[in-house]
Design a protein around this ligand. Structure first.
Ligand code: SF4
Length: 420
């Protein structure tokens, strides 16, 4: 039985001590080979890619395009699943978390976003600190290990409002990991506080920030940026903020919002930019490909990605990002049914219980944004898909529960990969 930790968790750093995280190295070919039968590939264009994977070679942009263009969806699944098996065996991660979207008031108007409102506009809201503390108490009572806190770019809340929020949350709930604020919000804080990004991140870390989510990346391409989210931080700014966070020992996640106006080639380029940053400044914990939901946005006339495209995107993320340990299907975006299927397409993480998510909803988005999975249901779906459900904390350490509460084994390395 692992040693129980005290309720208060240490403030997470990349390795617990602030040193850089080693890149999540690709698994050796010997671990991959049992899961990959080149003869079983129907699309022979995938054979050279399979050989590269077995040899431990990195995939190129051309390989990424070949993977998108294949109609051999089972062959693609086999390639992605081989790496998933070598890294994580039959483990499928989930966590018990609570999303809090503190305000939808935003200075920007991204075309893909149904969430944002202007001040005084119907549906605009802003939570008080007290309201957020109540939500945090509910989350802690429900056994959550993480609060995921993001919002719009609020035009008049001052930077100390966010620092005070983190300080008080940490004081009230030291066991809860605070995963807060996308790079877009960090850039906003830097402007309103007139401080360099590094100083903003250091102040937030000091106040209790545990890690950063991966939102706001969208698609790293100027054409797409100018067409769909003009005014937002460009790709170099997003990457610089995440690099700075990694250098400061703050882990982050990465995303790509796909299925609107971008091309497949632009998606592949996006993944390669993430891979390059992970080589230069390791610190990404996972990639979360976000399936665009058109409903309620200015791009509601677009169809959005199909189920096959969702599965391809998840599998190709696993294959292109050889230095990322985890691929997450965020079930809010892909639906829980497809997320279950995606466990055999390279995905090893289904995110968590979520509870409320105001930013978007796959079906019937208007109004009620109560979106919750029970642990029992997540486990049921994982087991039915042939995997072993494992509760993780934000840093991908196994969570052990008892009548006294929850803990993580004290000697567990963060972001550990499971044996095959
Ligand atoms: S995506 Fe974010 S920055 Fe853009 S309008 Fe929506 S809340 Fe604002």
């Amino acid at each position: 039985m692992p040693q129980m930790q005290p309720a208060a968790q240490p403030q997470p750093t990349i390795d617990g001590g602030g040193a850089p995280l080693a890149p999540a190295a690709a698994p050796p070919g010997a671990a991959i080979e049992p899961w990959l039968q080149i003869d079983a590939l129907i699309d022979r264009a995938l054979a050279p890619i399979a050989e590269k994977i077995i040899a431990g070679k990195r995939l190129s942009a051309a390989d990424g395009m070949a993977l998108f263009e294949t109609r051999d969806i089972h062959g693609l699944a086999m390639l992605a699943n081989a790496i998933r098996q070598a890294r994580h065996g039959r483990t499928a991660y989930y966590n018990i978390n609570r999303h809090i979207n503190y305000s939808n008031i935003c200075a920007l108007s991204c075309k893909f976003c149904e969430f944002h409102r202007k001040r005084g506009e119907d549906g605009a809201y802003e939570y008080s600190h007290e309201h957020i503390f109540n939500l945090a108490s509910q989350a802690a009572a429900a056994g959550a290990t993480e609060l995921h806190i993001v919002g719009g770019l609020h035009p008049w809340l001052p930077f100390p409002w966010y620092l005070n929020l983190l300080e008080q949350l940490r004081a009230r709930h030291p066991q809860l990991h605070l995963k807060c604020f996308t790079a877009i919000e960090i850039d906003h804080f830097s402007r309103i506080a007139r401080l360099p990004v590094r100083d903003v991140l250091m102040a937030l870390k000091q106040a209790g920030l545990g890690s950063m989510p991966g939102g706001g990346a969208e698609v790293f391409d100027d054409r797409v940026h100018d067409q769909v989210f003009k005014g937002k931080l460009r790709s170099d700014g997003w990457l610089n903020i995440h690099q700075t966070a990694h250098e400061l020992g703050i882990r982050t996640n990465a995303t790509i919002l796909y299925g609107h106006v971008e091309t497949r080639a632009e998606r592949v380029e996006h993944l390669i930019k993430l891979r390059d940053l992970q080589d230069r400044a390791p610190g990404f914990q996972c990639i979360i490909p976000l399936s665009f939901i058109p409903d309620g946005s200015e791009l509601a006339h677009l169809p959005g990605p199909t189920g096959l495209e969702d599965l391809k995107m998840l599998a190709i993320s696993r294959l292109m990002l050889d230095n990322f340990a985890h691929v997450k299907a965020f079930w809010i975006m892909q639906s829980m049914k497809l997320s279950q299927v995606s466990l055999n397409f390279g995905v090893d993480d289904l995110d968590g219980t979520v509870v409320w998510y105001d930013i978007t909803k796959r079906e019937g988005g208007a109004g009620n944004k109560h979106q919750e999975q029970t642990v029992e249901n997540i486990k049921r779906l994982v087991v039915e898909a042939g995997f072993i459900p494992v509760e993780r904390d934000t840093l991908y350490r196994r969570v052990i529960r008892s009548r006294q509460g929850w803990c993580v084994p004290a000697d567990q390395p963060a972001a550990a990969e499971d044996p095959p």
